[in-house]
Design a protein around this ligand. Structure first.
Ligand code: HEM
Length: 158
């Protein structure tokens, strides 16, 4: 399908999409690793920075993703009939919902960190955040499978 855009533009969009996906996985891996150790002022600040990078990469992948759906790849009619695409975007929404609780918690650390104090977090809350991030990473892995199936025309409906 001719998109009317140069192959360089289409390739650059794919690059940004992949780079954002890598950044999301890296940010979550950093958060999970730091949440395993004892929380310090430094590790809490690093977690906040990783979560900010996660948010920016997620916004980028969503924006570029829709540009790829509507302008750069096979056209929206194809993707909206692609079961793996529908599964991928649904998983993306579920991963986004799972990220809300940890993000709100990390943001609540601002006051303590401005006073160079270690945020007061219960072991239970740390455990909940670790398991949410763990399931976010599982969701991303399944999204990668959906992406490969979607790009190659597997399970197109109708
Ligand atoms: C964390 C979230 C995401 C990850 C990890 C991800 C990953 C990928 C990967 C690896 C590919 C290349 C597939 C291949 O050629 O084998 C891809 C392609 C694509 N993705 Fe995503 N993606 C994500 C989110 C999204 C979102 C939110 C959208 C749409 C709103 C989207 C739309 C697309 C499109 C249109 C393609 C091109 C498929 C084709 O070549 O026909 N992606 N994605």
């Amino acid at each position: 399908m001719s998109t009317g855009f140069s192959v360089t533009t289409v390739a650059f969009a794919a690059f940004v999409h992949h780079a954002a996906a890598f950044a999301i996985v890296a940010a979550l891996a950093v958060e999970l690793a730091l949440l395993r150790g004892p929380l310090t002022v430094e590790s809490a600040r690093r977690i906040q920075r990783a979560d900010l990078a996660y948010g920016i990469a997620a916004a980028a992948i969503l924006a570029v993703g829709f540009f790829r759906v509507f302008y750069f790849e096979k056209g929206s009619a194809y993707y909206f009939h692609s079961a793996p695409f529908i599964a991928k975007v649904s998983l993306f929404a579920a991963v986004g919902l799972a990220s809300i609780y940890p993000t709100l918690e990390f943001l609540s650390w601002g006051k303590a960190l401005r006073q160079d104090r270690v945020p007061d977090v219960t072991a239970h809350k740390m455990g909940v955040m670790r398991s949410l991030i763990h399931w976010e990473l599982v969701g991303l892995l399944v999204m990668l499978l959906c992406a490969a199936l979607m790009a190659r025309g597997v399970a197109v409906l109708g």
